[in-house]
Every structure is written in C-alpha cells, then in structure tokens.
Design a protein around this ligand. Structure first.
Ligand SMILES: [Zn+2]
Length: 789
C-alpha cells in the first residue's frame, strides 16, 4: 500500500461521506496490473501455471499500485519460501486495522467488556463500528491449482473495480487473502506438471509429497499445529484477526458434482456451537441458490464432507464459520472431457439425478481450468457480498458465540477439566491448548485446571474428551464412512490423566509465585521436543523406506525424526530393489543400515507401485519380486524391518510369515475402524514394550489384526512369533471414536515380533506415530528400531 495515496483517498472518502453526490473516486485503474501483465497468461488458461515467485511478484505489484491492498510476508515455509498474506479493504479501513483488531478481540471475549449487565450494550456499539472479517485461504492442496490462480483474480477485482458491489465489500469487510497455505507445493506441482507436459503423463499428480512432510495431510493439522505453515496461519492470522468467516477453497475429484458448498453432512462434532452450524448453513444455501440462479450447474450441499474433526476446522472452535468449497478438478491444468455416464455418486447425492441437495444436473462435456476458476471466483464474491450485506448479523453471531462461551456454568454442568501432571509429554498438550487460545490455571496441588467458561473452552473440551462417533448407516444398512477419522482425544494420544469436573467446583488455590493463567503463545512455536518422549540416540541408525508412490505416513515419520533430531536415512524403492541398504557418511565412508521402517501404505502399493504406463517407467513397478528378495536377504543376515499398519499386510504376504490378518476382507458391516483410539495390553517383559505401561492405546485406521498360524507354508515357524501387544480379551477395545465388530479382535495381536534367520521383523497393527499425535506409543516405535536384541 502506498501511504500517500492512502491518505489522499482517506481525504477523498471523507469528502464523499459529506456530500452524497460526490462520485466515489477509487484507485487509479490504469496503474493496477491485471494478473496477465505479471504472469504472462490469464489465470485459468489451459496448461498454464504460475510459480510461487510470480504470485509474490503479482501481489507486490498490487500492493505498490493499489491503496486497497496491503501485502506482507508472515514467515518462512518448511522449505524456506515466503509465507504471505494480502489484507484488502477500503483505504479508510486499512488506515485503522489496529482498531478493527481491537473490536474483534473484545467481541470474541465479552469478559473484556466489563460487568455482564453492561456487555450487550457495549457490544452493540462495537458491532455498529466493526467490519466482517473474512479469511480466504487457497492452495493448501497443491494439485488443486485453481485456487492459488484464482487468488490473483479475486485480488485484482477487489483492487481495481469501482462497481458498487465491490465498493460495498471494501467498505464493510476486511478480506485476508492467503494465496497459498502451502507455497512449497506450488512449485513442486508446477515443476512436475511442466516436466510431463506433452508426454503420456501430462496431468498426473507428482510422485512426491507436495508438502515437505505431510502432503495432503497438511489439512489435518489444525489442532496439533505441528507444521510451520499451520503455526503461521494460526498465530499470525486466526489469533490476530479471529475471522467471522473462513473461506477455504479446494478442489475435489473430477467425476462428482461440479461444486460442493456447506452445509456439511452429518455428523457435526458436538462442540461446534449451534451458531456456527446456522452460519454456514445460511451462507452455503444462499450461495448455492444464487449460483443456480446465475446458471451454474452440478451444485451439491449437505453431502460428502462432514464437520466432525477439528483437524480441518480451527475456526469452528474460534467463533468463525468454515466455508469449504470443493470444485471438480481437471487434470492439473489440462482439460478433460467427461461423459454424463461417467459421473459417479458420492456420499449423499448422485450427480446424474437432481435432488433436494443436488442440481441442476451437469450433462458432462469439456471441463477446463477456466471452469474451475470461474466457479471459485463466483463463490468467493458471493461470499463477500453476504459478509458485506449482513455485516451486522455476522458480528452479532460472533459476539453471541463468545457470550455463550464465557457464561458461568450452572450447578451440575461441566465446569472444566483437571489435568494431572503425569509426564513431560504434557508439554505438547499445553502448547496445543495455549496456541488454540485456551487459558490454563495452575492449582496448588500441581494439577492444572481448564475451565469451560472461557472463549475457547469448547476447543479444549473437544480435544480433552472422549469421542462417541454416531453409528451412521445408509439406506442399505452399510456404515457411512467419516470424511476423515473419528477420534481426537489428546489425553489418550499423549498419555495424560484428565478428569472432568462439574460445577460447583472449588479450585485449589494456586501456589504463590508460579500461578499464572496460560496465555496464547503467539511467537513461540509448539515444538514437540519432550525429553521423556525422545528416543536414546544410537551409533547406528534406521532408514525410512520411501516408495515411488508417496505416502503421507512416510512424511509424518520423517517429520517426527527431524523434530526430535533423531538420526535417520531414507531408502528409496529403487535402492532397495537393487539391494542397496547402505548409506554414505561422507567422502569414501559408507555404513550399513541395521533397520528399515516401512511406513503405513497399502500392501499392493508397496509391491506393485504405480500401474505400468500410468507413470514413467523408472517410477513404476513397486518393490516387486526382486525387492522382496533383497528385503528377505537383509533380514536373514541380521537386519530389522519394522512395518507400520497396512504395510504389515505386505510383510505377511511377501515374507510368508506364520500370521493371518483376522479382519482381512471383512465387510464394513462386520468390522470397521476408520481412525479410532483402541486399547491394547503390552507384554512389558519384551524389549519393545520396555518402560511402557501395561495398558496403552493403539491408533487403529484400516488396521490389520494378527493371529498366529501354526502350520504356515513359509519357512518361518510359528514358534518364532512373539506377541508384544494384544487387544484385551475381556474388555471393549474401543476408547474413543468408532469401532464396529470389536468382538472380532478381542484377545488378538496388535503388535508382534517375528524372528527370521539372524534378523527379525516387527509388525504394528496400528499407527504408533499417527500424524505426530500418538505420542503415547512413540516408545514402541523407537524401541523396535534397535539391532537384534
Ligand atoms: Zn483439498
């Protein structure tokens, strides 16, 4: 933003507010560049992608030429690129951003408005002066290229147009526009796309994670806050501005509806305030109606996407609605032609049939990147129209959520949670809650108290309590799968004792000197460095296996190792297939890995990899027979191989282990565990379970469950199997989330070690390091990495 123009415009806008007949003089059109002037193409053109530096250059040019745009770098990404945001509003509003932040802070926490009796009156004054704060986030999923390109179109129109509708948006809202939540991925996808352009592989997804560590799972980090991009967004945008509306622009698969908008389908996580549900329902339904009136086709609401996990919806627990939009994809930036018959049903609608939550039908045909940007920009401007038109209602709703949150709890209601100081892993829990704005009170007896009567008490409650996922069935009685997972109980994941307490509750007085309520840690990153959770360092170190077909679990495991400064190597599919299990330590110095870790990945993806012809030959074929032979040789010569979750099925099949997955092939009606926390019992005399409590958890997600087979066809006898962990024979295995058919796994094995030759394999029937959250079971993973005990 150029300051002298801003002051001039402030002057002009003051003049215009005096005389209604004075025409609005806005920014100087000619000076404001259109995206094509910087990018060299119109965003939405077929087969054209912009680099991250081009996007930055465009926003810098807007900032220089427009007094409606303030562009800033908020920090650096995982791969050290600038993480940026544009603030867009009227020049007059941009002059007073601190004042609007103050209004937001007071409405969000009505305790700041003084005595309860005076709060509503003071709030009404603030609402009259405040603006709707709208955060628009693009590009968290980097293959969904339409949104970061659309960000330039949205910004350009806001910066340059003098239409009354745009002026109304600028006057009534403050738009926070993040062109990409994952800048690193912009270039990863662009590089791959351009490398394969004109080849048979044009339009394929890159054969690597598009975020350094998490890939697509970067949008599952909105309560664990492990990644720097999540931390920057929460610390420097959400917690600073507390937006009423967060518009998160995504793309879905190519073959369903052309567009999804809220409301979300069931279930809604019970701690999401009713006003949030009302807000996204009202806004989503209104936008869908307006789009239909404009002739847009193939729109669905109330389908496919639920509102269960806080991992995708920080704002739902911070008084802001999340408006997810999902536009149908093309092949990255390449067009595709779809036949009507190819359109496929998804949860809650059939794209070939008009229904109460779908329509009008799109008849198929060509689908270009331009169609995607057209849907996206139209949705964005409708959303902004609504935020501007109903500014007062949005601010009232925002205040009402805060008022409900801080009200005193009546006798018999949940007062809060008392957390015992059990181990150092608690530090992770504290940093998560504090980053989420939760106040934590130290008590005299060493426990900590988290009260519900605070603005973000519901965020704490969602993360501290046990989830009871509803047993949802379709018309045929089949379980309706959750969009993501079903549990997020941090005390279970982090082995912390928590007890809910009811009102009235007498606090133990805090010890003098150490007592202070928790404060939001804006600048300090929530590092997961917790001495008791950290493995002992060893002279030798393990290799993390990396298949050509990327898997998020590989990235999460690598993040955990990097974060704990745990020395490790990475072994590629091609290396292992060629029998290479060594690493270079420096010029002329090599070493041999003692342990290889196979992250969670379907057995078939490990063995077969990419289908022949679907990717370049050097990436296709998987580990294959040759790789299995090399792996077997590595083990019998004394190596350890650790298989996580579904990779264990690969081990059972290919190494012909005397084990059986007892839930393999069962229909979901008989057995189903789509991401839940189960209980297991450990044999603590085994080195893998050393220093662990006898009872612990298992993050089960499409997980195998083991049974020893006495007369197996392979050359490993059943006597070589040692069961380290099993589901209890006499208790319900479910601790949090959803489990169908729990009876089938009672007494069965969840963690086994199998001796083979001079080496051994360890099979986890769960994810011991699930998304860097299941800290309780990290020791099992680290203990299993040693050499032959
Ligand atoms: Zn997405």
């Amino acid at each position: 933003m150029r300051r002298h123009i801003a002051s001039l415009l402030l002057f002009v806008s003051l003049l215009s507010s005096v005389s209604l007949t004075t025409p609005q003089i806005a920014s100087n059109h000619a000076a404001i560049p259109a995206p094509e002037e910087v990018l060299g193409f119109v965003p939405g053109d077929d087969r054209k992608l912009a680099s991250w530096s081009q996007i930055i250059e465009y926003f810098e040019r807007l900032d220089q030429s427009s007094d409606r745009v303030k562009f800033e770098t908020l920090g650096r990404t995982s791969m050290n690129k600038p993480f940026v945001m544009a603030t867009i509003s009227s020049p007059a509003n941009l002059e007073k951003l601190d004042e609007y932040k103050q209004i937001q802070a007071q409405l969000a926490d009505p305790r700041k408005l003084g005595a309860p009796a005076a709060r509503d009156r003071k709030a009404a004054e603030l609402i009259a002066r405040g603006k709707s704060i709208v955060l628009i986030t693009c590009g968290i999923h980097s293959t969904e290229v339409g949104s970061y390109l659309s960000s330039t179109l949205i910004a350009h129109r806001l910066a340059s147009s003098n239409e009354p509708a745009i002026q109304k948006i600028l006057d009534n809202t403050i738009v926070l526009l993040v062109p990409s939540l994952n800048p690193d991925g912009v270039d990863i996808v662009k590089d791959w796309y351009e490398k394969t352009l004109g080849t048979p592989y044009e339009g394929t997804d890159p054969p690597e994670l598009y975020h350094k560590y998490t890939g697509h799972d970067n949008n599952r980090d909105w309560y664990a806050f492990t990644q720097v991009e999540t931390q920057l967004t929460v610390d420097k945008i959400h917690n600073v501005w507390r937006p009423q509306i967060v518009h998160d622009i995504h793309q879905q698969g190519a073959f369903g509806s052309r567009l999804f908008l809220p409301p979300y389908m069931a279930p809604v996580e019970p701690n999401v305030p009713r006003q949030i549900v009302e807000g996204y329902t009202q806004l989503g339904d209104w936008m869908a109606g307006e789009l239909r009136a404009k002739g847009f086709e193939g729109i669905t609401t109330n389908s496919t996407y639920d509102a269960w996990t806080p991992a995708r919806a920080y704002s739902h627990y911070h008084a802001g609605v999340r408006v997810l939009s999902e536009t149908a994809s093309a092949r990255i930036a390449s067009p595709m032609t779809l036949k009507f018959e190819e359109l496929r049903s998804r949860e809650g609608y059939d794209p070939q049939k008009e229904g109460p939550n779908f329509g009008p039908v799109w008849r198929g045909g060509e689908w270009h990147l331009r169609d995607i940007t057209k849907y996206m920009t139209n949705v964005a401007f409708l959303l902004l129209d609504h935020a501007a038109e109903y500014r007062v209602q949005w601010l009232r709703r925002f205040y009402a959520i805060g008022r409900d949150a801080v009200r005193p709890r009546r006798n018999g209601e949940l007062y809060g949670f008392v957390i015992e100081s059990s181990n150092n892993c608690n530090e992770m829990l504290w940093s998560i809650l504090q980053r989420g704005g939760v106040e934590i009170t130290d008590q005299r007896d060493g426990t900590k108290l988290i009260r519900m009567d605070q603005p973000y008490g519901a965020f704490a409650k969602a993360l501290l309590e046990v989830q009871k996922y509803p047993n949802l069935r379709d018309a045929e009685g089949h379980p309706i799968p959750p969009y993501d997972v079903t549990a997020h109980t941090l005390p279970l994941l982090m082995n912390t004792a928590v007890r809910p307490v009811k009102a009235p509750f007498r606090q133990t007085k805090p010890k003098p000197g150490i007592a202070k309520p928790g404060v939001a840690v804006a600048a300090k990153p929530a590092e997961a460095k917790t001495p008791d959770c950290k493995p002992a360092s060893r002279a030798d170190f393990p290799a993390l296996y990396r298949a050509a077909m990327p898997t998020y679990d590989e990235g999460w495991t690598r993040w955990i190792f990097d974060n704990l400064s745990f020395r490790h190597g990475v072994l590629s599919e091609r290396e292992l297939r060629a029998g290479i299990t060594t690493f270079r330590q420096g010029p002329g110095v090599t070493g041999k890995y003692y342990t290889i870790i196979f992250p969670d990945q379907p057995a078939r993806n490990i063995f077969e990899g990419y289908r022949a012809g679907s990717m370049p030959p050097e990436l296709s074929g998987g580990l294959g027979e040759e790789g299995v032979k090399q792996l077997r040789a590595f083990i019998v010569q004394g190596g350890t191989v650790v298989f996580l979750n579904r990779a264990s099925e690969f081990a059972i099949e290919q190494l012909k282990l005397p084990l059986r997955n007892v839930v393999a092939g069962l229909p979901r009606t008989d057995f189903y565990v789509p991401g839940s926390i189960l209980r297991i019992e450990l044999d603590t005399t085994h080195p893998i379970a050393a220093n662990m409590p006898k009872d612990t958890i298992a993050w089960a997600e499409n997980s195998p469950v083991f049974e020893v087979v006495e007369n197996a066809s392979g050359d490993v006898p059943a006597a070589n199997v040692r069961i380290v962990g099993r589901y209890p024979a006499d208790k319900d295995p479910l601790l949090s989330g959803w489990l169908l058919g729990g009876e089938k796994i009672k007494g069965k094995a969840a963690l086994v070690e199998v001796m083979m030759g001079k080496g051994r394999v360890v099979l986890f029937g769960f994810r011991p390091q699930y998304r860097a959250q299941s800290v309780a079971t990290y020791p099992l993973l680290f203990n299993s990495l040693g050499t032959n005990p």
